[in-house]
Design a protein around this ligand. Sequence first.
Ligand SMILES: Cc1ncc(COP(=O)(O)O)c(C=O)c1O
Length: 462
Amino acid sequence: MDGMTANDLSHVVDADRAHVWHHLVQHKPFETGEPKIIVEGKGMRVWDQNGKEHIDAVSGGVWTVNVGYGRESIANAVRDQILKMNFFGGTTGSIPGALFAEKLMSKMPGMKRVYYANSGSEANEKAFKMVRQIAHKRYGGKKHKILYRDRDYHGSTLATMSAGGQDERNAQYGPFAPGFVRVPHCMEYRKHEQDGAPEENYGVWAANQIEEVILREGPDTVGALCLEPVTAGGGVITPPDGYWERVQEICDKYDILLHIDEVVCGVGRTGVWFGYQNYGIKPDFVTMAKGVASGYAAISCCVTSEKVFDLFKDDASDPMNYFRDISTFGGCTAGPAAAMENMRIIEDEDLLANTLVMGERMLANLQALAEKHPVIGDVRGKGLFCGAELVTDRKTKEPMDEKRVGAVVADCMQQGVIIGATNRSIPSRNNTLTFSPALIATADDIDEITEAVDRALGRVFG
Ligand SMILES: Cc1ncc(COP(=O)(O)O)c(C=O)c1O
């Protein structure tokens, strides 16, 4: 750690303990223990207030820092841009906003328009509002329902929680907004918990469950289906074979707009630019945030097809006929300036190819751990986005108690390896270890991470 010593930071720790309300954390333990302060990062590594080095296997805790820490070229791009022009409200354009939109669209054939905002939640809300406005414009308000899936997550605001498939996340925050309807998950490993799930062709069956909901609700009331390409916080759920083909058919059949939430998978995480591109899907909306600028600046995008965009300009004589929405900080230029450089790095360093190779290695390493530790019931993943689900018994698939899952994460942290686990998501199903290192990870990094997990599993489950 350059420059600072642990002593320098005692005041920072005190100030944090006295005044900062951390995300997703119970603060009682900070009355006696120290909160962790991350002071510096370089590449795959971060240092805390005590100078302790960690390898970060979760890209900033929440799958964000795709190109790694300490990127001078992104810092320079942001600095140069904000000195020239830092902000103007989004009714006008900006140089980086226009150029990044052009670049992004070159990676998303079939998509055409970029609406800028700041967070994943906000980008999803934009799509929801567009769906609602389309329903009012074209269908007298009737085709307004938005379907979301059990175990998926779309954000922390009340409307995105209304589309939240994680009951533990949602608990105590209701009542929620009307017009959001849940469809079943597509997690093959837990199909024994779903009534009627077949042994064969599970993917098609799981997609057909969506059709059943549409028929129950009435297709003329359903405007959109919002899904994660690979469910992230709900357990790193990779879709079963045949699922997405059938989902696409169902959307086409009932004229339902398909909204893909790429907040986690977007911009390289699964080894292609966007997760949906693994499955040949043709979305109407694609939302993205975390990896768009790797956390160097706040930016999110709600991307639409031209077909959707055209619906908001077809009748210019109607004063209400445009998307009457603004996000103040969607006009910040730091976001697209950082995003542009982030994308250049991914291209020039060939990080998509690296993600595929290193993702295979991580999956293989986790599978090898499963041979050794019966507590690993299932290993799933796509690119550098992997999960290992822990169970007490492989036959019954009884989920491991989350305290013991937490003990594995804590043991790794002790070893200087930051891994993740599903957290307050699904009642009694917070039992999946998660791994999403930066796309720059090397073979040695991957091995270092899984070797730490091996030791932790040995100690916790002996
Ligand atoms: C799939 C998905 N969508 C949306 C969000 C919300 O993003 P944000 O926290 O930037 O609002 C998240 C956050 O974890 C996410 O995982």
